[in-house]
Every structure is written in structure tokens, then in C-alpha cells.
Design a protein. Structure first.
Ligand SMILES: [Zn+2]
Lengths: 131, 415
């Protein structure tokens, strides 16, 4: 991803900030320009829950450029406590131990390193909740 | 949903395809591959056909920009075929690029704007290394919220597989039966990238490594079949390929001039869905497939059980399981078991991917949908050779863009 686009989205990435439709209350992450439920274009900020559980996951062993140093890594579909879903890496865990229903919490981490340009991108990842 | 219809009937009068391959076309450009396929398509028309007879070209090419540093490819191909000044359209809908090009061509004829149209697709991928190809394919996912967090294309389908396993109890072992079957079929297809069974590949690789495998499963469970994105291993994934396919469509009233045995288009469907997997309620089904198939079945006035032969989008083994369920061949959750029981084999009740599928035939992204039409055209004319399904009368083509944000379905009938 280009650097300017990543910067523009840095706040939502950093704070897990989505939108709630002012017309019908539907919640979105990432933010959308048009509500898929009612067509409204009016939104308010919606702070996502920071704890959720793994719905489905995979372990990536052939990473794309920029992600090499994290391999093998877990990427998962996570359902947060407020019902919102997002895709994220799950870290601080043995990939073999990840399972459906595992409780995870958001952490702020380094996401990608572009070796050529020397750009480091930050964002959310999730790690198991220690009960 | 209202029942859509074609206001003018359309037929396939010719089809051609290069062999799909990872090495064979090293020294050719995409334009040369597409011309090769188009020449074969023209040759396959029973009576004389010249490219100048066509009123338009619809070309699927996913990423000429990244793979060949070449844009504006539709006009380029039209020029190379000697079609000027006929209009040319490039279609980019990821792996469904030429499925969409076929639908667009059919609609152009049905609308009355054209009588004869050339549709097809090409992808020249082997100009880049595997890592760069993977990165280019990831352009078909959401760059911000899928690829941007480290998801790869195999990773998205791996997540679909995990969800399918836990919801329906399907297994990795069932998926292997799909890879094994598609290689058995590919062996019978002279246009396939891999014309070897998995057992033959196991024996060959085993000999090189000093290993002996009793059967396919022992090989597929060995370190020679590494995990790509769990639970998917190397042999769950289709290969990287170069290739092209071209199909010639004509209005029914015009088709008579070219052939006595056209293949009729009886139903088409197309649907879009969310790009990102996090926006889907159920990962075990592609909504766009269900929608597009529903539309096509209604238009064709047939049901899933009437289909004699199908080419479905098996970019990963799990994708064929999901497709055979979403298309209605099997109940939801039963696709894996059905494949294990041989119900989709060449001699099964509904043969799926008799040409070897993306897995063994290869997957030059932009050419795949048109390559499936090439197969069904030959099946319904009884000229598919060693992998012919006896008396096939109704054929279905299912082409998927990335993880299901675009799906096309067409139903064809022997003329
Ligand atoms: Zn709304």
C-alpha cells in the first residue's frame, strides 16, 4: 500500500475506529461512504470493542513482500464483543494452539516493513487474552 | 428477483485455447498467446470465418500492467487480430475476467448491437517470480484490510476451508480426493498443464528424493507437500500458468451460416459480493455463486440436477467443494463427501472439471473463464476426446473472481 494512503488511515487502524450509520444504526469497520443497509451517507464514529474471539484462521507460511520476517504467522477472522468482524494477525501464540473461539485482545504492533523504502507500518494485531 | 432473459438467442460457434503451462510459453508475450487461441477458435468454426466478421472483442486480462508492463490490451489484441476499427473492451474482474467478458459478449449480441463477437482472455504470469505473482494476485483482495494485514490469496481460501471444516465436519482428506480426481482428468487432456496423476508425480519426486510412496495419500501427507496456508497444502492450490482462450459467439440467426452444430447459450448469471471476508456472515458459501447460479438456472429453465457436465472454479480444492454445494449439485456440507465417493468423477453422476480444472489444467487468471467455455463447447459437441462425457447435453460454467466478489455462471445446451 502507498505511504500516503496508509497515513490517511492511520487513526482508524490505530484506534480500531469504525462508523455507525446516523440513519439506521448499522455499524461498519472499516468506514464506508454509503450505508449498505439504508443508503445514508451520515455517520458517527464508532469505537470497536478491543476483545473478541477467533471465528476462523489460517497460518501463512508463504508471506507477501513486507511480511517475510513474521512468518509463519496466524491471520484470523475475529468477531469482537460488539459483534463487529475484522481480519487481523494473531500474535504471541504458537500457531498450532490457535482455535475457533479463542479469546483475543487488540494490541498495537508493527504490521509491515517495506525493505526497499525503509517504511515501517503500524496497526492492530490481536493476542490471546490471558484469563 | 425478476426472471431475466436474452432478447435474442446466442450460440457458441467456435472456441480455441493454447495449452496452459508454466514453462512452455516462456518466450511468448500475452498478445502472441491470445492470437494463437483466437486462430484456433477461427479454425474450429465449421464454415469459413474471418476475424473481420466479428463486430466486437471482449478481452479478459487481470493484470497485464503488472505481469507485462502493458496496458490498453483489448485494443492491442484487436489490432493484432486485424479487427480494426471494431470496438474492443478489456474486462478486469480478477480471476473472473473472461467469465465476465463472455457474459458481456453474450449481452452485446442479445441487445442487437452485434451479430458476432469474439470473447476470451489471456494471462502471461510467468514473467514474474512466485513471490511477485502471489503479491500481484493479492491485488484482487481488499488492499487495506485483507492483504494489508498479511492475508494472502491462499490464506483467504484457507480461512474458508477452516470455516467449512468446523461448520460441516468436512476434512482435509476429502479435499485431497478433488486434487487426485482433477489430476486423473488432466492426464487425459492434451491442453492441460499437468498431464500426470498425483501418483505419477509422487513416484517421480520420490525417486529423486529416495522416497517410496504406497499411494497418493502417503505422498500428500509427506514433507514433499508443504503447508502453504493451513489447512491448505501445495497440492490444494492451482498452479501459476501462462495461457489464453478465445470463443466466438454469434446470434442464433447468424450462427446457421457458420455451423450446423452450434452450442446454445441458454442461461447466464452474474453477481457481486463484498470484497472483504469480514463483511460476510457465512464463509462456507459464496453468496455470489448462489445468486448467479439462481439467475442462470431460471433463465435456462433447468435445475442443477439436469446439468450433465460442469466446469467450476477450483482455484483451491476447498473452492470446488463450496462450488458444487452452492451450485446445487449437493446439499450444503456434503460436497467433500460427494467428491470422496466419486460422484464428480468422469463416470460419476455429475462430472466436475473433466478437463482437469484449474488444479491440473492450470490457471492463467484472465483466460480461465473462457477456457471453461472451450471445454464445454467441445463436450457438448462430443469432441472432447479422452475425457468426453457420453451424451452430454447440458453444460455449466462457473468462474469466480478472487474470493467470490465476482461470480459468473453460464448454462449451455447442445444445439
Ligand atoms: Zn444505515
Amino acid at each position: 500500500m502507498s505511504v500516503p494512503r496508509y497515513w490517511r488511515e492511520e487513526v482508524p487502524r490505530y484506534r480500531l475506529l469504525g462508523k455507525v450509520c446516523a440513519g439506521c444504526g448499522a455499524k461498519f469497520f472499516p468506514a464506508r461512504p454509503v450505508c449498505t443497509e439504508c443508503g445514508s451517507t451520515e455517520f458517527k464514529d464508532h469505537k470497536l470493542a478491543e476483545v473478541g474471539e477467533v471465528v476462523t484462521w489460517t497460518v501463512v507460511r508463504n508471506p507477501p513482500p513486507g511480511f517475510e520476517k513474521y512468518k509463519p504467522y496466524v491471520v484470523a477472522l475475529i468477531e469482537l464483543e460488539d459483534g463487529m468482524r475484522l481480519l487481523s494477525q494473531v500474535v504471541d501464540v504458537d500457531p498450532e494452539e490457535v482455535q475457533k473461539g479463542m479469546r483475543v485482545e487488540a494490541v498495537f504492533r508493527r504490521v509491515k516493513e517495506d525493505g526497499k523504502a525503509g517504511i515501517i507500518q503500524y496497526g492492530y494485531k490481536f493476542r490471546p487474552v490471558v484469563e | 428477483m425478476s426472471v431475466l432473459s436474452l432478447h435474442r438467442q446466442v450460440s457458441v460457434i467456435g472456441a480455441g485455447m493454447t495449452r496452459f503451462h508454466h514453462r512452455l510459453h516462456q518466450d511468448k508475450q500475452g498478445r502472441e498467446l491470445f492470437v494463437e487461441a483466437a486462430l484456433e477458435a477461427a479454425e474450429s468454426v465449421d464454415n469459413d470465418f474471418a476475424f473481420g466478421d466479428a463486430d466486437a472483442l471482449y478481452l479478459g486480462y487481470f493484470s497485464s500492467d503488472m505481469f507485462e508492463r502493458q496496458g490498453h490490451t483489448a485494443a492491442l489484441m484487436a489490432d493484432w487480430l486485424g479487427m480494426n476499427p471494431k470496438p474492443a473492451y478489456r474486462v478486469e474482474d480478477a480471476c473472473a475476467s473472461s467469465g465476465v467478458a463472455v457474459n458481456a459478449g453474450i449481452q452485446a449480441i442479445a441487445s442487437g448491437m452485434c451479430d458476432v463477437v469474439i470473447v476470451g482472455g489471456v494471462e502471461k504470469m510467468r514473467t514474474l517470480g512466485t513471490k511477485e505473482v502471489t503479491d500481484t494476485l493479492a491485488l484482487a483482495a481488499d488492499a487495506n484490510y485483507e492483504a494489508g494485514v498479511g492475508f494472502t490469496f491462499p490464506g483467504l481460501y484457507a480461512a474458508i476451508a477452516s470455516a467449512h471444516f468446523s461448520k460441516h465436519g468436512s476434512t482435509w482428506e476429502q479435499l485431497q480426493q478433488i486434487a487426485i480426481k482433477n489430476h486423473v482428468n488432466g492426464k487425459k487432456n492434451p491442453k492441460a498443464q499437468y498431464q500426470e496423476t498425483i501418483k505419477e508425480i509422487a513416484d517421480k519426486l520420490g525417486e529423486r528424493k529416495g522416497m517410496i510412496f504406497r499411494d497418493e495419500m502417503e505422498f500428500l501427507n509427506s514433507p514433499l507437500n508443504p503447508v502453504v496456508a493451513s489447512p491448505l497444502k501445495l497440492f490444494d492450490c492451482c498452479p501459476i500458468s501462462d495461457g489464453a482462450a478465445a470463443v466466438i459467439l454469434a446470434a442464433d440467426d447468424v450462427a446457421k451460416k457458420y455451423t450446423d452444430t452450434p452450442v446454445r447459450v441458454t442461461g447466464i448469471g452474474q453477481a457481486s459480493d463484498t470484497m472483504a471476508l469480514h463483511d460476510r456472515d457465512d464463509l462456507t458459501s459464496l453468496r455470489a455463486t448462489c445468486f448467479a447460479a439462481g439467475q442462470a438456472y431460471k433463465m435456462a429453465e433447468v435445475e442443477a440436477r439436469h446439468v450433465d457436465v460442469a466446469c467450476v472454479h477450483d482455484c483451491f480444492t476447498i473452492a470446488e467443494v463450496v462450488a458444487t454445494e452452492d451450485l446445487g449439485f449437493f446439499a450444503k456440507g456434503e460436497g467433500g463427501e460427494a467428491a470422496s465417493e466419486g460422484r464428480t468423477a468422469l463416470d460419476g453422476e455429475i462430472p466436475v472439471n473433466p478437463d482437469g480444472g484449474l488444479k491440473a489444467k492450470g490457471h492463467p487468471v484472465g483466460a480461465t473463464g473462457a477456457g471453461m467455455v472451450y471445454e464445454i463447447f467441445n463436450q457438448l459437441r462430443g469432441q472432447a476426446g479422452e475425457h468426453q462425457i457420453a451424451d452430454a447435453e447440458i453444460g455449466l460454467v462457473h468462474n469466480v473472481g478472487a474470493a467470490g466478489a465476482t461470480v459468473t455462471v453460464q448454462i449451455y445446451r447442445r444445439g
